[in-house]
Design a binder for this molecule. Structure first.
Ligand SMILES: [Zn+2]
Length: 447
């Protein structure tokens, strides 16, 4: 509580100095004696919610962000009113002056085979190891992980919720070692948080669709909550680019699913695979708007003209890209693709596993990384960088008009200890409470 009170004092100071806040401002300084981790009501008020209201310009540039305090009236999972001040007799809870940010979307993660929630374990040295060596390593590890994989997935989901992520797309191993068990455990973990967390599942043939001969297992998995057919490096792992991709698309077409393929290949083979897949979607209308290229490092190896041509075709077919915003692998042309109309998504990928020990499970970290690598450090660039964490939802539009939240929106948001989006992105500010469909699903608010 001490740090929260200090924060409230701090924001109170900003109110006095800036005089930019609305009628609810005085409430931000009201100490709150109790807080709660559950809201049992389906119709209630959440007071003292800080919302962005505009940009402050100096010398023709964005120099700051204005905010105002509001009360959200929430009913049956929706925001039914945005009020300047609370009134009436509905039950009241307080956001205590915290900044509301749109809910985070983690669109590439592996919930099924994480070390998270267990003892510390660093990956083995990677130097000189190929992806085939890593697959051999998995064959040893998976039987060790399976007995606790449901508990670990639940712990990782709780971590995501604490950071404000309420929507994810998880890849899930379908391989000869774990069979369908990874998927069964993931489904149990998701069922435990069904009302708190939405998740798509990609059946992921991590050991190679052809290489590990899992076509049959993949097809079996299609009835077990799977939304997308996965794939993996068709040249480097399966050794047969066209046959591998054809097999992947055929499963998706036969079972009416989307596709989300890991493609780490940055060689000319990677470019050839992306081109082959774009042509496949162009030739198969049911795949339109349903295919995602995960990582797609080959995009960073294409020249400007080649990239523009492929990006235009991808946008026409609704092919999206899911990136972990990598460092040290060349410049991913995320903004250039987005400018061409390609939907760009991001994910935390490995939080801690035998591939990487560095993940935080926090999409705001990804927005921070995006700003550092690609956008910039000024107020506007930081503020705009949040799009990669929220699936393109930003509190303000580029002109500084409030774009989110709106009356009628789903009551999903995260409350951050920050004065504005730019600060939240730059400082990865702490998140204090996460709401999903009108329910408090993580953290605490004032009672
Ligand atoms: Zn992945």
């Amino acid at each position: 509580m001490t740090s929260r009170r200090e924060f409230l004092c701090h924001t109170g100071g900003i109110v006095a100095a800036g005089s930019v806040l609305g009628a609810g401002a005085a409430n931000a300084q009201t100490p709150v004696a109790d807080d709660v981790d559950t809201i049992p009501h389906r119709h209630y008020l959440l007071t003292d919610v800080r919302l962005e209201s505009g940009f402050i310009h100096e010398d023709g540039v964005v120099a700051g962000t204005e905010t105002t305090l509001h009360t959200l009236e929430i009913e049956d999972g929706r925001i039914v009113a945005i009020l300047d001040a609370p009134s009436g007799t509905l039950p009241r809870y307080s956001a205590q002056g915290m900044l509301a940010l749109p809910p985070m979307r983690d669109m590439h993660i592996h919930l099924d085979k994480t070390f998270y929630g267990g003892p510390w374990q660093a990956p083995l040295p990677r130097k000189g190891k190929t992806i085939m060596d890593m697959i051999a390593r998995e064959e040893v590890l998976l039987p060790q992980l399976l007995p606790t994989s449901q508990d670990r997935a639940e712990a990782l989901i709780a971590l995501l919720l604490a950071h404000g992520t309420t929507m994810a797309r998880s890849h899930c191993n379908i391989d000869p070692v774990s069979g369908l068990q990874s998927l069964e455990h993931l489904n149990l973990a998701l069922a435990a948080r069904r009302d708190d967390f939405d998740c798509e599942i990609v059946a992921f043939p991590q050991h190679g669709l052809l290489h590990s001969k899992v076509d049959g297992l993949m097809r079996e998995s299609m009835d077990l909550g799977v939304t997308h057919v996965g794939g993996l490096d068709p040249t480097n792992v399966d050794g047969a680019m066209e046959a591998s991709l054809d097999a992947m698309f055929q499963i998706a077409l036969d079972h009416d699913k989307g596709v989300d393929i890991h493609n780490h290949e940055s060689s000319p083979a990677g470019i050839a695979a992306l081109r082959y897949m774009v042509a496949a979607v162009e030739a198969n209308a049911p795949l339109r708007d349903r295919v995602t290229f995960s990582h797609a490092f080959a995009l960073a190896r294409m020249d400007e003209g080649e990239l523009a041509e492929l990006a235009t075709r991808m946008a026409d077919q609704g092919i999206s890209v899911a990136s972990s915003v990598p460092i040290g692998r060349g410049v991913m042309p995320l903004q250039a693709m987005r400018d061409k109309g390609v939907t760009i998504m991001a994910g935390t990928d490995s939080v801690i596993d035998h591939w990487s020990p560095f993940g935080s499970g926090d999409m705001v970290d990804k927005a921070n990384l995006y700003a550092q690598l690609y956008a910039g450090s000024d107020e506007a660039s930081l503020s705009r960088s949040l799009w990669i964490a929220t699936g393109d939802v930003l509190p303000l539009d580029d002109d500084g008009n409030r774009a989110w939240p709106k009356v009628g929106d789903a009551a999903g948001f995260v409350l951050a200890e920050a004065s504005c989006s730019a600060e939240a992105v730059a400082r990865c500010s702490p998140r204090r409470a996460t709401f999903h469909k009108g329910r408090l699903v993580s953290g605490r608010v004032g009672a």
